[in-house]
Ligand binder design. Structure first.
Ligand code: GTP
Length: 411
């Protein structure tokens, strides 16, 4: 049988996800109407022989308590637990720390997934690929545009065998447009390699300095400390996918992740999405509207829109490329484009909240050498008065906007 580990990080990490992460940890932020991490669980629930999922991070235990209850009823055949690191242990330190839990019951292999991605998760295909070689790890890879590649872990693979020949995390110069997606399938024998990696780190410490062996030395990085040596000893393989893949780093990148999952559901699970109906609003493309939301029939919604519980959308409203979070109210004839609208926010009538379309893989647009915000984000409980225009702004929670703003961070 198989297990899976989802790495969720902790509260100090998601700074680029502000202001949204001020009110909800990134793993629980809703995209396409469900928390980021539940899309991972949905994919894992389709893997035969996989019954146990360990969510590892350094958030307080209570952060995931309610989510775990909900997940238990949504995925009854998965046993899902949260394991807390006593401090940030890096992307492999937690795996090593909890190795007894992972190895309990003698799983054959285990998946490791970064939480901050949106992906079609071709897990069964990875398992097939893993059977065909003698390495310890199959990693999911994808091609990205050449000029963006150095933002990621880059790899060079033998195209015939898929053996990874080089692995470099965020290289300074171009080495490859094939990158790591943050999804791995490991043999349990990899724990021996982790032990070696930890010993190597200890040796370096002893040789180079008089530092005491402190708790922070339990940190281990999956990419640099483990995958790189695995590739050097030819034990690392890649499965390349052409299906959509996105990172969820900045708050604005949630819009692209939303599109990835909505489009996937339009193909695989269309019943979950909102259908056009004679008395309902005009729906364009893939749209998710929570059953408790009220949307006026004269509104026009989509494509790429998720509308959360208890949202109220007034007459003649236009919404496109947007996530509208719980209990938001949008007044008559307002327009919301390329934006995330935070919980309980109130948008007046004839108002406009607007960002710019997102570029590929969410690389921030540069304007005169200055990073310009492409998606407009309103934090929790923001009020936008009638007839104002908010364009390319980040608005912190509880602000009341009485006039129009353009390209500003409103604190
Ligand atoms: P950058 O943030 O640009 O460095 O990108 P990255 O893709 O290299 O991200 P990083 O390696 O920081 O995180 C990858 C995944 O691991 C994310 O899902 C994080 O939440 C998670 N993660 C990062 N650090 C830790 C950690 O110390 N413990 C745990 N459990 N998870 C972590």
């Amino acid at each position: 049988h198989y297990k899976a580990i989802i790495l969720v990080g902790g509260p100090s990490r998601a700074t680029r996800f502000r202001p949204l992460s001020l009110d909800v940890p990134k793993p629980l932020f809703p995209v396409a109407g469900a928390p980021v991490v539940s899309h991972h669980l949905a994919a894992l629930s389709k893997v035969q022989g996989l019954q146990e999922v360990l969510i590892i991070g350094f958030f307080e235990d209570n952060v995931f308590a309610r989510f775990l209850d909900e997940a238990a009823s949504e995925f009854p055949h998965l046993h899902i637990r949260y394991l807390r690191e006593y401090q940030s242990l890096g992307t492999a330190g937690g795996l090593y720390h909890f190795r007894d839990e992972i190895l309990r019951g003698n799983p054959q292999q285990f998946f490791v997934m970064h939480v901050d991605i949106a992906c079609a998760f071709p897990l069964n295909e990875m398992m097939d690929a893993h059977m065909k070689h003698r390495g310890l790890c199959t990693m999911l890879g994808t091609k990205v545009p050449r000029e963006q590649a150095n933002k990621f872990g880059c790899l060079v693979a033998n195209p015939g065998t898929n053996e990874v020949l080089h692995y470099v995390e965020k290289p300074e110069t171009f080495i490859s447009d094939l990158i790591s997606c943050g999804v791995y399938l490991f043999d349990t024998a990899v724990f021996d390699e982790m032990k070696k990696a930890i010993d190597r780190k200890k040796d370096v410490h002893h040789e180079e300095s008089d530092y005491l062996w402190t708790a922070s030395d339990d940190r281990l990085r999956l990419e640099q400390d483990l995958l790189r040596p695995l590739s050097e000893s030819r034990k690392l393989y890649v499965y390349v996918t052409e299906k959509p893949w996105r990172q969820i780093k900045t708050a604005g990148s949630a819009i692209a992740a939303n599109a990835t999952y909505l489009e996937q559901q339009a193909k695989e699970n269309p019943d979950r999405l909102t259908k056009k109906s004679p008395n309902g609003p005009e729906i364009i493309g893939a749209v998710y509207i929570h059953p408790s939301a009220q949307v006026d029939p004269s509104a026009k919604i989509g494509p790429n829109v998720s509308i959360g519980p208890r949202v109220h959308v007034g007459k003649g409203v236009r919404i496109k490329d947007a996530i509208i979070l719980d209990s938001v109210q949008i007044g008559t004839a307002s327009c919301i484009l390329h934006s995330v609208i935070g919980w309980n926010s109130k948008i007046g009538s004839w108002a406009r909240v607007e960002g710019s379309p997102i570029t590929d893989h969410n690389i921030a647009m540069m304007e005169n050498g200055v990073k310009s915000q492409s998606i407009t984000i309103l934090g929790k409980e923001v009020t936008v008065m009638d007839e104002t225009i908010i364009r390319n702004c980040i608005v912190l929670p509880h602000k009341e906007l009485k006039s129009s703003f353009h390209s500003e961070i409103l604190m």
